[in-house]
Design a protein around this ligand. Structure first.
Ligand code: F6P
Length: 405
């Protein structure tokens, strides 16, 4: 029976390890014996602090190069031994960015096919955020934040110097790791594992997403749209209730919009999860009502009847004068969601969004008709819990107890 080696490819901070783990977990869920062989873990165990120094990665540093090749060879041997026994798919998690390294892998592992899976991600915002997060890892404990950033960026530049994209390798898949999209492939025909891996790679993976709406604002009470109002006393109490409800939940990331109401809602939640990372995305700002920003719905009806009529006729496609439609909103919200999911990887995240934004976010998970999207019910005292893997889909709306007001 033919088994399979999967060798990851990609510059640091491109999402390789997250994808490698997904491939392992997705295959295990299908009853296929899959295991990771991670060069970074072996390097840290064998070499410790010496290998944190960026010079270790300088292609001109012979001893560093030899040490990294030795680790690669050891992991290949471990993978080969395991496949010779009960293993079915061995996943080699390493950068493998040079053609020479990949030739070494193809020449060494001849007992089963080798499928290279490359992760590509050129989103500068994500790269910067990933690099900042890497700089907080235990490996950099002895460094100041700035030193850690410089060191990691230097390491990346050494890898960039030897990077060559996949092309001549026998079997490969190149993936945009922020969009679960295949950018190019040379399929491993006949392998029963290839379609399974391909499906894992293109599937939406959401380990655990909580989608909440900000608490009540004065604008909400009066029927005024847009703007940047703060929460009312009730809104603050809703934010506290949400934080109380979530206090025992594991939360690793909190994403807000850049609006005050979203920040104020997230504040008690963050106080209860001091280890969580937080980031504000403009992509999650509420639909921009252009000339109607800050107006009451009743004012719009009276003074700009064309707007009300336009929205009534086609709320999804109608754009406010000098503002957005839901269809336009979808573009940026989708970009924000991709970024949030990439950064969170397989850890739980919260998004504190807005009415229209949350409608669009939900529609990205549910196969809804676009004309129904602008009417989805988005209450301020309930949140959605979403979890998705290729085999498991959870989608629930959960109320949380507000204090009696
Ligand atoms: O009313 C609150 C609000 O978030 C506004 O800021 C926004 O314009 C509106 O909801 C979006 O909902 P709809 O498209 O139904 O007007």
């Amino acid at each position: 029976m033919q088994k399979l080696y999967v060798a990851m490819v990609g510059l640091p901070a491109r999402g390789k390890s997250t994808l490698a783990k997904r491939i392992r977990d997705g295959l295990l869920a299908e009853g296929i014996q899959a295991r990771l062989f991670n060069n970074g873990d072996m390097r840290r165990a064998l070499m410790g602090a010496e290998s944190t120094n960026p010079d270790f990665y300088n292609p001109a540093n012979e001893s560093g190069r030899e040490a990294r090749e030795m680790i690669c060879r050891r992991n290949m041997e471990l993978a080969r031994t395991w496949l010779a026994a009960e293993g079915e798919v061995a996943i080699l998690d390493a950068t493998n960015v040079s053609r020479a390294r990949r030739i070494l892998i193809e020449k060494t592992l001849t007992d089963h096919p080798v499928l290279f899976v490359e992760c590509v991600n050129e989103d500068q915002l994500l790269l910067k955020a990933c690099i900042r997060r890497k700089a907080t890892l235990p490996e950099y404990a002895a460094y100041s934040e700035d030193e850690a950033l410089q060191s990691f960026m230097k390491r990346i530049s050494y890898y960039e110097a030897i990077y060559e994209p996949l092309e001549e390798e026998k079997f490969w898949l190149c993936v945009d790791s922020t969009a679960n999209r295949i950018l190019g492939e040379r399929p491993c025909e006949g392998s029963p594992y290839y379609p399974a891996i391909r499906e894992i790679v293109v599937s939406a993976w959401v380990h655990c997403l909580y989608l909440a709406r900000h608490g009540q604002t004065e604008f909400n009470v009066r029927g005024r749209i847009g703007g940047d109002p703060p929460l009312t006393a009730r809104g603050r109490s809703q934010a506290k209730a949400l934080a109380r409800h979530m206090r025992h939940k594991d939360i690793n990331w909190v994403f807000t919009s850049t609006r005050l109401r979203s920040h104020e809602t997230a504040t008690p939640l963050l106080a209860g999860h001091p280890g969580a990372h937080v980031m504000a995305f403009k992509e999650f700002d509420e639909i921009w009502a252009g000339d109607c920003e800050g107006m009451l719905y009743s004012e719009i009806r009276a003074k700009m009847p064309g707007v009300t009529a336009g929205r009534n006729a086609s709320k999804y496609t109608y754009a406010y004068p000098n503002g957005e439609s839901y269809a336009m909103l979808r573009e940026r919200v989708q970009r924000g969601l991709r970024r949030a999911l990439f950064l969170a990887g397989d850890t739980p995240l919260v998004i504190v969004g807005h009415q229209a934004v949350n409608r669009v976010l939900l529609s990205l998970f549910l196969q809804q008709r676009s004309e129904d999207v602008p009417y989805v019910y988005i209450p301020q005292n309930q949140y959605y819990h979403i979890s998705m893997t290729p085999r498991r889909k959870v989608f629930e709306r959960i109320p949380y107890q507000e204090e009696i007001f």
